[in-house]
Design a protein around this ligand. Structure first.
Ligand SMILES: [Zn+2]
Ligand SMILES: [Zn+2]
Length: 255
């Protein structure tokens, strides 16, 4: 299986998995870049995965239906512009030899789901939409900090080598915030330098890995001493994980 990032809009990445014949795409907010990527590689589109209802994730669905020879998989509890195979946590399905498992990850939206794909001999792919970003996490439009902490916790315990295929290239701006919150994290400083080089060369910083995120992402590190201290200094009512997380999330909104 090969993984490709198909860019759309200002900073969306539409992930495509393909085996040289069949392709699957995740969160196609726009149809034309997907259609072009399929044509260039002579691939047949045989599945679409959707993580949540926002327009930049579902906007291309209608236009892609005529090209699709397979199912659209989507969250069971969100309104979708086309018929989907509805999924909730614990659901499993298979596509082209890749086994997918669904996680409920509410917070960014109320019914947001993530897909963990596993194929023999390859590191898993985590299609987590707008829940976990490299160095950051999604805004809480429809959920509570406690929900998001739980959702991120489900992603954080996935295998370290699992590839974080999030839906936006927000890494550098996330890392600027992360460095403010945890200035003495040397791994974070190294990662930021690496990501700056990648972006300067016109390359994506993604996919990241779960191990990397555990080491550098402040939203997964709300129990790290330096981060707790930063949150307390920024008005967190206690050092409880949810309070630290909620303070970081609000702080980042206006950073
Ligand atoms: Zn979204
Ligand atoms: Zn988005």
């Amino acid at each position: 299986m090969e993984l490709i990032a198909v860019p759309a809009f200002a900073d969306n990445l539409i992930w495509m998995l393909h085996d040289g014949r069949q392709a699957l795409v995740v969160d196609p907010g726009a149809a034309s870049p997907v259609a072009l990527a399929l044509r260039e590689r002579n691939l047949r589109l045989t599945a679409i995965l959707v993580t949540h209802h926002h327009a930049d994730h579902v906007g291309g669905l209608r236009e892609l239906l005529p090209l699709l020879d397979g199912l659209v998989h989507g969250p069971a509890t969100e309104q979708m512009p086309v018929d989907v195979q509805p999924h909730r946590e614990g659901d499993r399905f298979e596509w082209a030899g890749v086994r997918f498992e669904v996680l409920d990850v509410p917070g960014h939206t109320a019914g947001h789901i993530a897909y963990v794909g596993t194929a023999n001999g390859q590191a898993p792919w985590v299609f987590c939409g707008d829940t976990l970003f490299s160095g950051g996490c999604g805004r809480l439009f429809e959920g509570t900090p406690a929900q998001m902490v739980e959702s991120l916790g489900k992603l954080a315990i996935l295998p370290g080598e699992a590839r974080v295929c999030c839906a936006h290239e927000y890494t550098l701006s996330n890392l600027r915030f992360a460095r403010t919150v945890e200035p003495r994290n040397a791994t974070l400083a190294d990662y930021e330098a690496r990501c700056k080089t990648l972006r300067a060369e016109g390359r994506w910083t993604l996919p990241s890995t779960i191990a990397t995120e555990r080491a550098i992402n402040p939203f997964l590190r709300a129990d790290a001493e330096e981060i707790i201290a930063s949150a307390l200094a920024h008005g967190a009512p206690s050092s409880a994980r949810t309070d630290v997380f909620a303070t970081l999330r609000e702080w980042k909104n206006t950073f």
